[in-house]
Design a protein around this ligand. Structure first.
Ligand code: HEM
Length: 127
């Protein structure tokens, strides 16, 4: 295995840890009614985007190439996941400071989690 392969597989490992943070915390909090924690979703989205770009770079350098349209779709979906999670994080902090109910933030959690799962489907079935 070449050094480039080791770098690419390490990035893929971090990519999967990042998307697990998004989908895992979404599944964990799905039955909750309030007190949502959006931080693991924000961190997971940032990790998935950075490692995704690294994966594209290592594939290009190694001559493997990528499907550019697939990557644009994946990046777009990941940016939506990141935006929904960041809005959820900022709003939950503001509501927390005011000691107010954050149950209205659940659609943001569901949206971010389901779009991340849609991105897994794109990753696996778009060949
Ligand atoms: C929520 C965000 C994301 C999820 C859930 C996700 C999911 C996945 C999964 C499950 C794989 C493994 C597929 C396989 O090895 O067969 C993968 C690979 C990959 N992802 Fe992502 N990804 C996300 C974001 C991104 C972003 C933003 C980019 C780039 C801009 C990206 C680029 C790639 C590349 C280049 C690979 C390896 C090559 C391939 O299988 O197409 N991903 N992703």
């Amino acid at each position: 295995m070449s050094t480039l392969d080791i770098v690419r597989y390490s990035l893929l490992f971090a990519h999967i840890v990042g998307l697990s943070a998004i989908i895992g915390s979404y599944i964990l909090q799905m039955p909750w009614k309030r007190n949502f924690d959006f931080l693991p979703l924000v961190i997971g989205a940032i990790v998935a985007i950075i490692t995704g770009c690294g994966l594209i770079a290592t594939r290009e350098v190694g001559g493997l190439g990528v499907d550019q349209l697939k990557m644009i779709v994946k990046l777009g979906l990941a940016l939506v996941v990141g935006a929904l999670s960041m809005i959820g994080l900022l709003r939950s902090r503001r509501l927390g400071r005011a000691d107010a109910d954050d149950s209205g933030l659940k659609p943001l959690l569901l949206g971010a989690g389901m779009i991340a799962m849609a991105n897994v489907i794109v990753a696996l079935f778009w060949r």
